[in-house]
Structures are given as structure tokens and as C-alpha cells.
Design a protein around this ligand. Structure first.
Ligand code: COA
Length: 165
């Protein structure tokens, strides 16, 4: 059971968010050296404009985040995509990600236009993350072969997953 606090992120949280993202980089689509403050601010602003961005705190320390952006264009406005979740390695395995998903769904349910679908992409080697996504209701919808190149040069498929609300 998580005893952390959760609230919506604001642009002012971008520097703390950058620290969490760099520390949690293992499964993320960017390496720590590719993450800087302008990128973090732009990514956060994108999610805040019609999507969802929620942080988890241990006291005053940001220890996790989940965000998803509203897809642009009228015909896709019911979709949140590009979901990113990251939890500080110090507190992984403590239920923070599960709680972040619960807060994301609660927030998404309040949005207008109504959210009908949430999308993410995960590389096939992140089996613990895939299991987590399946448990909270995501289903695999396809397979992008040789899309993710690991540091040792090997490729992994990227798996598009979606949850229908
Ligand atoms: C993936 C990630 C967000 C999970 O966060 P977390 O807070 O550790 O997850 P939780 O503690 O809520 O655990 C959720 C479930 O996954 C399991 N789990 C978490 N980490 C695990 C690990 N390293 N190995 C095996 N299982 C794990 C938990 O046992 C739990 O299972 P349960 O629901 O049956 O109890 C976190 O590992 C992370 O930030 N990784 C680096 C960034 C990343 O890979 N993001 C995803 C990119 S697609």
C-alpha cells in the first residue's frame, strides 16, 4: 500500500521531473544525455494541454510521474497517447506505478472532450512493465519489429498497447 501523495504536475515541476526521468531511464525512449530541461518542459506542457500529468511525492521529493497527451485533430481528440510513466529506482516495486495509473484514470474521466482510449508503446524486453500495463487494463494491439535499438546494438520490437475506457 502506497503512503505517498499524488497531485497534478505543473510546469514548475519540470526540473524535479527531469531528475526522476534521468534516474528511471532504463525503459524510457530517451537516454539521460538526451533529456534536458527545454525538452522536459515541452513534453510536460504537451501533456498539460488537454491531457494528464500526475506526480507522486514522498514528502517534498518527487518520486514518480505519469503523463499522457491529448491527440491533436478533431477526429482523434478522444485519444490520450504517448503515455510515459517513470518511478524513481529507490521506490520501484512499492506500488507507486499502480497508484499513478489509478490517478491517471480518475483524472482522465473528468476531461472534456471525453477520453475513450489511452495508448502507450513499450519495448518487448520490459516484461515487468508489460505485466503492469496488462493488469491495469491495456491490451497489445500490434508489434513494431526492430524498432528499439539497445545499447549493445541488439534490436527489440516495440509493442503498441491500448486501453479502451
Ligand atoms: C515500470 C515502472 C514504472 C514500474 O513502477 P513501479 O512503481 O516499480 O511499479 P509497481 O510497484 O506499481 O508495481 C506494479 C507491478 O509490477 C511489478 N513490478 C514492478 N517492478 C518490477 C520489477 N523490476 N520486476 C518484476 N516485477 C516488477 C510489481 O510486483 C507489481 O506487480 P503486482 O501488481 O502484481 O503487485 C518502473 O519500473 C520504472 O519507472 N521503470 C523505468 C522507466 C520505465 O521503464 N518506464 C516504462 C517505459 S514503457
Amino acid at each position: 500500500m502506497s503512503e505517498h501523495s499524488f497531485r497534478r504536475l505543473s510546469l514548475a515541476d519540470a526540473p524535479d521531473l527531469l531528475v526522476v526521468m534521468r534516474r528511471a531511464e532504463g525503459g524510457l525512449g530517451r537516454l539521460p544525455g538526451e533529456m534536458d530541461l527545454p525538452w522536459m518542459e515541452e513534453a510536460l506542457a504537451g501533456a498539460l494541454a488537454g491531457g494528464v500529468a500526475i506526480g507522486a511525492w514522498d514528502g517534498h521529493r518527487l518520486i514518480g510521474m505519469i503523463k499522457a497527451s491529448r491527440m491533436p485533430s478533431v477526429q482523434f481528440q478522444h485519444v490520450l497517447w504517448d503515455l510515459t510513466i517513470a518511478v524513481d529506482p529507490d521506490v520501484q516495486g512499492c506500488g507507486v506505478a499502480r497508484a499513478l495509473f489509478a490517478h491517471l484514470l480518475e483524472s482522465a474521466a473528468t476531461l472534456t472532450p471525453r477520453v475513450e482510449r489511452i495508448e502507450l508503446v513499450v519495448r518487448e524486453g520490459l516484461t515487468h512493465a508489460i505485466r503492469l500495463y496488462q493488469r491495469v487494463g491495456f491490451r497489445q494491439e500490434g508489434r513494431f519489429e526492430r524498432r528499439f535499438r539497445l545499447a549493445d546494438g541488439r534490436f527489440e520490437a516495440d509493442l503498441p498497447m491500448a486501453m479502451l475506457l
